[in-house]
Design a protein around this ligand. Structure first.
Ligand SMILES: Cc1cc2nc3c(=O)[nH]c(=O)nc-3n(C[C@H](O)[C@H](O)[C@H](O)COP(=O)(O)OP(=O)(O)OC[C@H]3O[C@@H](n4cnc5c(N)ncnc54)[C@H](O)[C@@H]3O)c2cc1C
Length: 476
């Protein structure tokens, strides 16, 4: 008997933004049997808002990146729940490792040159972002700032490249494809739209339609999310069914699965997770794309230790200091782009550490990380930063349910001629049944790496099922 929306069994793996977006869309379109299995003991995935300091901090996604063509912003723009941050990073001080603060106007002029040197317009199909940036930067310095001190310009380029790497999530810009900025459709408008004292979690509550006064409820998803359920096998079986097995021995027979796990989880587990093995094109995409690592470190003080006129600082390493640093146990501090204040949290400081350095930081104890941060502050600043009274840092790479933070397009994706489109493609069973669908930020063609990309991907796959059942929507 032909199944209809009310009776078709749909199982979503992962209760991150993508899984929640897919589930709520399906439920709002009369699908009756929708469940989510989530390995963690909480929903949200890479959205993780925790109580800290005077209200909350986001250990994962923090900002809505842009307003135009951004489905998250579109959904909340008239609700008064988000605010612009403005041009925050342009006010951050550039401090050299000899404690010298680079004059603001000079720092801005060099920064403008670096921004102008980013890949744009018609570009070669293969090539690295890093090569393009370095070559164009020095050409632009020659033509627009010929008298600038080359040592300072070099420190500025290193700091800029490190900041860009951490925005992209890469270990180094030399592994990033020159096409990253062309494939990614940057949404116009403020890039740091924030959630005030509520954090990004608020968005999930809006998606699930949870009322203001219902602290831990799941709204539309009440009774449909199973936490602590790690999926270990997804089998496309015949006729027309999918069997999903969990680590605790539980199993489910369903009609369709939407898999939203991160690219890192797919890379580590796809060979044992899927039966039969995934098609070659999808494996090529899983191997060809990269999930980067960028970690956050939050420090809470009795009172704000930065001067009033300081938003934060970026580290400009003198070549000789960097050479020395690399010989010490604090070598990982090279991965820290800088340290800054946070909107709505007057007593906090936050630092980012990216790439292989960020992965190394995860292996250290809190004490060692704090010792390193104190060393960094003493190296760069003329004033004292006391030890924080509380500290929290993320460890996204060591968590087997994530294995990193967000995806980017590396040069190897160009060489393998693959991309998110291959990750997105659904997999059918032997009988042609549309059993296995893929969502998650990494499968977004032009908004990968973001929450809005994850949500669009969840909606995309929900819509695929809605179309599949378009002729029998209201029947049970
Ligand atoms: C530190 C950090 C900062 C970020 N900052 C921003 C930002 O400011 N703005 C922005 O737009 N984006 C940001 N992002 C990116 C954004 O958070 C992600 O792109 C988005 O949340 C991904 O959602 P998703 O649903 O695709 O994946 P996930 O959130 O990873 O959801 C997948 C879920 O699957 C679960 N899972 C994994 N394996 C299994 C299994 N075997 N069985 C069952 N469940 C499983 C995981 O636990 C997870 O909950 C940031 C991310 C991080 C980590």
């Amino acid at each position: 008997m032909e199944k209809c929306r009310a009776s078709s069994r749909i199982l979503i793996v992962g209760a991150g933004a993508s899984g929640i977006a897919a589930a709520t869309r399906l439920l709002q379109n009369n699908f009756g049997d929708v469940q989510i299995l989530e390995a963690e003991n909480r929903i949200g995935g890479r959205i993780n808002t925790i109580a800290f300091g005077d209200n909350v901090v986001d250990v994962g996604a923090q900002w809505v990146h842009g307003k135009e063509r951004n489905c998250v912003y579109e959904m909340v723009k008239d609700m008064g729940v988000v605010s612009d941050t403005g041009d925050f990073f342009s006010d951050v001080k550039r401090v050299r490792s000899n404690k010298e603060v680079v004059p603001h106007d000079l720092a801005c002029s060099i920064h403008d040159i670096a921004l102008r040197s980013m890949p744009s317009g018609p570009l070669p199909v293969v090539g690295s972002f890093g090569n393009h940036l370095v070559e164009t930067y020095w050409r632009n310095i020659e033509s627009h700032l010929p008298r600038v001190d080359r040592t300072l310009a070099s420190e500025a380029l290193d700091a800029f490249a490190k900041h860009e790497s951490s925005i992209i999530g890469a270990d180094s810009l030399f592994e990033v494809s020159v096409r990253e900025h062309i494939e990614y459709d940057e949404c116009d408008g403020d890039k740091l739209v924030h959630w005030g004292t509520k954090g990004y979690k608020r968005f999930l509550r809006l998606l699930m339609k949870v009322g203001e006064d219902a602290p831990e409820e799941l709204g539309l998803l009440e009774g449909r999310v199973r936490l602590g359920k790690k999926v270990t096998k997804i089998e496309l079986a015949s006729p027309r069914k999918v069997i999903v097995r969990c680590e605790d021995g539980d199993y489910f027979e369903v009609d369709h699965v939407i898999c939203t796990v991160s690219l890192g989880v797919l890379q580590e587990q796809h060979e044992r997770l899927f039966v039969p093995p995934l098609p070659a094109a999808k494996v090529n995409a899983i191997r060809g794309l990269t999930l980067g690592t960028v970690n956050k470190m939050y420090m809470e003080f009795e009172e704000q230790p930065f001067p009033k006129d300081w938003v934060g600082f970026f580290c400009f390493w003198l070549a000789e200091d960097l050479k020395e640093l690399r010989k010490t146990e604090y070598f990982w501090l090279e991965g820290i782009t800088g340290c800054h204040k946070i909107t709505c949290q007057p007593r906090l400081l936050m630092a980012w550490v990216g790439g292989s350095f960020g992965r190394h930081m995860e292996t250290l104890s809190d004490e060692k990380v704090l010792e390193g941060l104190q060393w960094l502050f003493r190296k760069f600043l003329t004033f004292e930063i006391p030890p924080p009274k509380r500290f929290h840092r993320s460890k996204w790479f060591s968590n087997p349910n994530f294995r990193g933070t967000w995806t980017f397009r590396p040069t190897k994706a160009d060489e393998r001629e693959t991309g998110p489109r291959d990750l997105e493609a659904p997999v059918t069973g032997e009988d042609g049944h549309l059993g296995l669908l893929f969502a998650g930020e990494a499968s977004s063609r032009n908004h990968f790496s973001t929450v809005h990309g994850a949500v669009e991907a969840g909606w995309r796959e929900a819509d695929r099922l809605i179309r599949l059942y378009s002729t029998c929507g209201s029947k049970s």
